[in-house]
Write a protein that binds this ligand. Structure first.
Ligand code: FAD
Length: 449
């Protein structure tokens, strides 16, 4: 049988290797630790949680809790190990991190059909199927090698702008219009500011509390996507000549040119989620909410689906580079899994590793890869990576699983009812798809220690 090489023993690589082996595919898992470590990795174990010990909300009516439930139904290695090493944390799934990583390491090393080989991979193996799952801190040598294979530079930083729920924006303030009426003429939502509002906003951004970068995250920003606070520091008018420039926009209700405009771009095809254009920032999440809601007209009741952030992150332009089965369009034996595809977070990366195992298995057995339904959390992540969840030409930026990636549920409902509706629909559609994942029984794992 053909052996598959999985590179990177993090959240995605371990899940992928385990699921392949569970389906009878021999795997060699190559992990650079303990010979070499990224600046954030400290332990020798596989599937290391580099920061928080929380896998976030376990409430199945939240998008992340729904992803937990789906992975449990699929017999995920990461979720079952988390459940075994759970510590009390309200409705969050938090784990005892050493026990969790040890569990995964032991299960992979003890006859699961996976050979774990330590050492940095600098060049992709010459032949055979390869899964690249080296994460946000892929080593420099492999990054250069991947750039040769994909034919472009890899992204080196997330510059993530906040995303707002469409129905939380005050439409008595916002107006739909494209700059100079370009495109459809009304692709953007615009939040106009007068002079006083603009300068108050700039002062708050300058004074607001920011996150301090990690030592390995020396800020090396691209001029094209500077954080708002860096622009504000360059001069009080810099933002008004940058992302908040009002040119080509006229408020149809007043007929006036605003002093500055915050533009919102559609994040999903249905317009349920809107991205704050150019608002990448290191302001703390609390400060983002406080400043944006109190200073930007129309956002007084805003619901944030994702907060702005900037951190070191190696990832590829998946929607343009990857085929439907998450293999490289130009080199179909090379698959990508985990955060390097542009998903964000421990659980999302494990979920992506699982999907790639299904895709590789389909390839090796000559069967069709059947992605999960769009209405499921797994399907929404898959569609984020392939770009299907977004309008055409949408710039690829990493994201956690959020309901903004799902096809919207119809009808006006209270927020809680809407979440319940997303969750119920996903549960039903996942059940119909499970046989395509080759899942007969869910694992009932026993602790290995
Ligand atoms: P990783 O888990 O990073 O695994 C990649 C593995 O590949 C590593 O073990 C690495 O050693 C190995 N590797 C790299 N290069 C090579 C090579 N050339 N050869 C062999 N092996 C290699 N997510 C959250 O959900 N919550 C958080 O609190 C959180 N905090 C974070 C803090 C920091 C500083 C960073 C960088 C990330 C954080 N994340 C957090 C994101 C989270 O780490 C990732 O989403 C998740 O770990 C990605 O899984 P992965 O398998 O894609 O990559």
């Amino acid at each position: 049988k053909q052996r598959v090489t999985v590179i990177g023993g993090g959240l995605a690589g371990t899940e992928c290797a385990y699921q392949l082996a569970r389906r009878g595919v021999p795997v060699v898992l190559r992990e650079m630790k303990p010979h070499k470590r990224s600046p954030a990795h400290k332990s020798d174990a596989l599937a290391e949680l580099v920061c928080s010990n929380s896998l976030r909300s376990d409430n199945p009516e939240s998008a992340i809790g729904l992803l937990h439930a789906e992975l449990r139904a699929l017999g995920s290695l990461v979720l079952s190990s988390a459940d075994l090493h759970r510590v009390p944390a309200g409705d969050a799934l938090a784990v005892e991190r050493e026990g969790f990583s040890r569990e995964i390491t032991t299960r992979l090393q003890s006859g699961a059909g996976v050979e774990v080989v330590a050492g940095e991979v600098e060049r992709l193996p010459e032949d055979g199927v390869v899964v690249v799952a080296t994460g946000p801190l892929t080593s420099d040598a492999l990054t250069a090698e991947l750039e040769r294979h994909v034919g472009t530079k890899l992204y080196f930083y997330d510059s993530i702008a906040p995303i707002l729920s469409g129905d939380s924006i005050d439409m008595d303030v916002a107006f739909r219009q494209s700059r100079y009426g370009k495109g459809g003429g009304d692709d953007y939502l615009n939040l106009p500011m007068n002079r006083d509002e603009y300068y108050r906003f700039v002062n708050e951004v300058k004074a607001g509390q920011k996150l301090v970068p990690h030592s390995f995250e020396e800020p090396k920003y691209f001029e094209g996507c500077l954080p708002i606070e860096v622009m504000a520091e360059r001069g009080d008018d810099t933002l008004a000549f940058g992302p908040l420039k009002p040119v080509g926009l006229k408020d149809p209700r007043t007929g006036k040119d605003p002093y500055a405009v915050v533009q919102l771009r559609m994040e999903d095809k249905a317009g349920t989620a809107w991205n704050m254009v150019g608002f990448q920032t290191r302001l703390t999440w609390g400060e983002q909410k406080r400043i944006f809601m109190s200073c930007i007209p129309g956002l007084q009741n805003a619901e944030f689906l994702r907060m702005g952030q900037i951190h070191r992150n190696t990832f590829i332009d998946s929607p343009r580079l990857l085929a439907e089965d998450l293999s490289l369009k130009t080199e179909r034996r090379v698959f990508f899994a985990g955060q390097v595809t542009g998903v964000e977070g421990y659980v999302e990366s494990a979920a992506c590793g699982y999907l790639v195992a299904l895709a590789v298995h389909a390839r090796l057995t000559g069967t069709a890869f059947m992605p999960p339904p769009a209405t499921t959390a797994l399907g929404s992540l898959y569609r984020h990576v392939t770009g299907e969840a977004h309008p055409p030409d949408h710039p690829h930026q990493p994201t956690n699983v959020i309901y903004g990636l799902f096809p919207p549920v119809s009808g006006r409902m209270k927020k809680a009812d809407k979440r319940a509706a997303y969750s119920a629909r996903a549960k039903q559609d996942l059940a119909a798809w499970l046989p395509h994942a080759g899942v007969q029984v869910t694992d009932a794992p026993q602790a290995t220690d």
